[in-house]
Design a binder for this molecule. Structure first.
Ligand code: NAD
Length: 257
């Protein structure tokens, strides 16, 4: 059986993905802040190191797939730590454990929010690997009600760019590891539940995330795509950021490819 590491496994998309992979016969090591097979805080350097150590022990040192799903949507600096630095650390930190796999695979989660307005300075700090600088910039953005929302979009933009910049390198493609991302539209999970509760919230979401094809999606929709991306069938997708968004990318970006 294949061994898959799923972060964010306690809730939402991560939970649905862990369940789907288990149903299909994979061994899944779920990671989350608490209540998972491996408990680790991906917002800190110690937590990220602990993740790698615990997964090495739990897996016996050989894994087949990394699914970096854990994330935050709050307009706070921690969102930068988890969504960008935590996700990249998960992928890079666990990559050496893929070396023993016949069909190693890796995937992370961007978002259609990468198409929303973002803060160029924050994106550049993340791209440069400057976590202290990025957290300081996010602190400034978080302090103003008119800029806080730029934090989440910036983390997703920076992560999508990271996948594009790294997928074809020696670390991933030349090592035989497809590295890709998915970019969901609105998925019904505890992350979006507060907004989806009221008609006002739903209207606000529809305005920013138009989904002409089938509307808001259940977590299983994202889970099925993630499961395929880490399956043996996926031999040639490289650096793709796949929008599973009911059409919001098409509506927002039109025919630009
Ligand atoms: P969720 O809140 O239901 O689940 C996220 C999980 O990540 C939680 O279990 C949480 O404990 C975990 N997590 C948060 N901080 C952590 C940390 N420091 N260390 C370890 N684990 C941590 O959210 P979800 O909707 O399932 O989102 C999963 C991913 O999908 C996120 O990256 C999110 O940005 C992305 N996404 C979600 C949507 C959506 O509409 N729900 C859309 C686009 C992208």
């Amino acid at each position: 059986t294949r061994t898959m590491i799923v972060t964010g496994a306690a809730s939402g998309i991560g939970k649905a993905t862990a369940e789907l992979l288990r149903e299909r016969g994979d061994t899944v090591i779920g990671v989350d802040l608490r209540g998972a097979d491996v408990n680790a805080d991906l917002s800190t350097a110690e937590g990220r190191e602990s993740l790698v150590e615990q997964v090495r022990e739990a897996s016996g040192g050989r894994i087949d797939g990394i699914l970096a799903i854990a994330g935050l949507a709050a307009p706070i600096p921690a969102t930068v730590a988890v969504n960008f630095f935590g996700m990249v650390a998960t992928l890079e930190g666990l990559r050496p454990l893929l070396a023993g796999s016949d069909s190693p695979r890796a995937v992370g989660i961007a978002s259609m929010a990468s198409l929303h307005p973002h803060d160029d300075e924050l994106v550049a700090l993340m791209a440069g690997g400057d976590e202290a600088g990025a957290l300081a910039r996010a602190e400034v953005l978080a302090g103003d009600a008119s800029t806080g929302h730029l934090i989440y979009a910036s983390t997703k933009k920076a992560f999508a760019q990271w996948v594009r910049r790294n997928a074809a390198t020696d670390d991933w493609a030349a090592a035989g590891i497809p590295l890709n991302a998915i970019a969901p539209g609105v998925i019904v999970t505890p992350m979006t539940a507060p907004l989806l509760e009221t008609e006002e919230g739903r209207e606000q979401i529809r305005a920013g995330v138009p989904m002409p094809l089938n509307g808001f999606a259940e977590a299983i929709v994202a889970a099925r795509l993630l499961a395929w991306l880490v399956s043996e069938e996926n031999t040639h997708l490289c650096g793709q950021v796949i929008f599973v968004d009911g059409g919001s990318d098409v509506v927002i970006r039109g025919d630009s490819t």
